[in-house]
Each structure stands twice: as structure tokens, then as C-alpha cells.
Design a protein around this ligand. Structure first.
Ligand code: RIB
Ligand code: CA
Length: 311
């Protein structure tokens, strides 16, 4: 029995890896991909998503979403990590899969409403603007979504700020709406994703996969390593986004703990912080969890096996 998943992303190298895992895993049915400005502009990340799915041979529809956060007119793009194109150094087909004409928020809402209640899991791996817009425009989806498993946030140290992570910090108001909507949310944050280091052994393993998807993964990991080495001084970049997909495929690989999580929208130094309150046992009706422990060997097996199963 496959699980229906809809990925909202901003490709970006690690988003590309998340799409490989979702498209190649036998446990999932990728029912849609929506795009949001983040790592690069909306036009660039949408073109990247379409071309990645074309290369993977996926028939998942793609719909474009927000070109800026809810309350500002420009996303905080990240060329220093993902390059000017959002996927610098990665070879993709000229043409991508067709673009669904619906805006992402409508696509998300209609995809959920046309399927059995509780059958669709949302996997956001970029700023949460589209997900918030979908909730605001169609509140009925909150009770019909199986779970929201998002890459974003952090229990401890951030990346774009001492306490703030890129996806949440790009649109804190949208994140606040998503975390407080009332559906189950699993936050796969930096504390977890920093355990998914794409070191030389991982990169060598990807290079040995004799499929187009394997070559894409190898190119993504090499390019990601190069930019992280230059920008952050790392030799083994954390492969953030596929960790959220792995949580849906095999929850035991990405272990999480229930904890109340609030998004800070006002703090001068803490705007975009995901405030996790571990001071006491969580209330029985807590709807949020924070992922803290990765089974890294099992995670890499999932990703490499998925790439090997694709064309
Ligand atoms: O902070 C890491 C997250 O921000 C990842 O999803 C990366 O792709 C960027 O979107
Ligand atoms: Ca991303």
C-alpha cells in the first residue's frame, strides 16, 4: 500500500534529492509537486522542478506557487549555496514536464479534497508560503491531510541566524499558520538533518548507481559539496530535504518526539525561531513533533535504492 505524498519545494540541490527519493521509493505515490520561491526565484525553482521530474520520468503534475513570502515582496534567495540557477553544475533536460495552470495553493487544496480523507501527506521542503495560503483559502484541508512532515526549523542552532533556519525564517508568518493549523506536524529540522552528511563515501556510492537518477544524485551531491566547501568550509554537506521524505517512508529512520512548537514572528534577534518547549511532558493533545535522531545508514540506503530504481 503506497502513501500519497505532495512535495512543496524550492529546488535547490537537497530538494532535488528529496524528489529522487520520493519518485523512486516503492512506498510512496508522488501525487504532485508544487514550487515556492526560496533557494532561488519562483521561475528558477519551478523550471528546475519540471526538468528534474522529466529526467526522472515522473508523471507527477507540477504547479507553481508563491514568488514571495506572505508579508514581504522578495524571498531571501540562496545563490551562495545553490548557485544562480538554483542547481548550478547539474545537467538537466532542456524541457521540463508541463506546468499545471493552477496556482500551488489551489492545486494543493484540490489534490487533498479529491482524495480519501487522511490519505495525503504534505512534505514541504521550502518556505511554507504555499501551505499557509492553501490553509487560508481552503480550511477544510486541515482535517483531511494525513500529516505535514516538513523540512525546516531547529530545536537548537539555526543556519541563517543563531536561532532561525532558512525555510522558516523566509516566511515566519506562513510557518506560524502551518504549525498552529491543528493538523499533525513533524518538524524535521537542522538537529536531524545535520546528521545526514553527504561525505565522500556517500558521494562515491551515488557515482556507482548506473541510472540517470543516480547520475543526477551524484552531480547534485558533488555540486552541493563544492558550494558548502566554499561558503561554509564543510566537506560533507547536510542533505536536509530528503530527511523529511525518509520520515514518511520509514519513521523509524527519522525518530521524533512530541513537543509543543511555536514560531517566533516578532523577536528582534529570534524572528523565525521554532521554539520547542521541552520543560515538561507534552500535553496529551500536542499536534507537533520534533525529529531528533537519524539512522544515517538506513537513510542513505533508502536514497541510493530509490535512485537505482529510477530510469
Ligand atoms: O535550511 C535548509 C533548507 O533551506 C533546505 O530546505 C534548503 O533546500 C533550503 O530550502
Ligand atoms: Ca529546500
Amino acid at each position: 500500500m503506497t502513501q500519497a505524498v505532495l512535495i512543496d519545494c524550492d529546488p535547490g540541490y537537497d530538494d532535488a534529492a528529496a524528489l529522487i527519493l520520493a519518485a523512486g521509493s516503492p512506498a510512496l505515490e508522488l501525487v504532485g509537486v508544487t514550487t515556492v520561491a526560496g533557494n532561488q526565484t519562483l521561475e528558477k525553482v519551478t523550471g528546475n522542478a519540471r526538468r528534474i521530474l522529466k529526467l526522472l520520468g515522473s508523471r507527477a503534475p507540477v504547479a507553481a506557487g508563491a514568488r514571495s513570502p506572505l508579508l514581504s515582496d522578495a524571498p531571501r534567495v540562496c545563490p551562495e549555496i545553490h548557485g544562480e540557477s538554483g542547481l548550478d553544475g547539474v545537467e538537466l533536460p532542456e524541457e521540463g514536464v508541463p506546468l499545471d495552470p493552477r496556482p500551488a495553493a489551489r492545486f494543493i487544496a484540490e489534490t487533498i479534497l479529491e482524495r480519501e480523507p487522511g490519505s495525503v501527506t504534505l512534505i514541504p521542503t521550502g518556505p511554507l508560503t504555499n501551505i499557509a495560503a492553501a490553509v487560508l483559502s481552503e480550511p477544510r484541508i486541515v482535517s483531511r491531510v494525513r500529516e505535514v512532515v516538513l523540512m525546516g526549523g531547529a530545536v537548537h542552532a539555526g543556519n541563517v541566524g543563531p536561532f532561525s533556519e532558512f525555510n522558516i525564517a523566509n516566511d515566519p508568518e506562513a510557518a506560524d499558520i502551518v504549525f498552529r493549523a491543528g493538523w499533525p506536524v513533524v518538524m524535521v529540522g537542522l538537529d536531524l538533518t545535520r546528521q545526514a552528511r553527504a561525505d565522500e563515501a556517500v558521494r562515491r556510492r551515488a557515482r556507482s548507481i548506473p541510472t540517470r537518477a543516480g547520475r543526477l544524485l551524484a552531480e547534485v551531491l558533488e555540486a552541493f559539496t563544492g558550494t558548502y566547501r566554499r561558503a561554509r568550509g564543510y566537506d560533507a554537506p547536510p542533505l536536509h530535504d530528503p530527511c523529511a521524505v525518509a520520515r514518511v517512508i520509514a519513521p523509524e529512520t527519522v525518530r521524533a518526539r512530541p513537543v509543543p512548537i511555536a514560531v517566533e514572528c516578532a523577536g528582534r534577534w529570534t524572528r523565525g525561531m521554532t521554539v520547542c518547549d521541552f520543560r515538561r511532558e507534552p500535553p496529551a493533545d500536542v499536534r507537533t513533533q520534533a525529529a531528533l535522531e537519524l539512522d544515517a545508514p538506513a537513510f542513505w540506503d533508502l536514497l541510493m535504492d530509490a535512485a537505482a530504481r529510477l530510469p
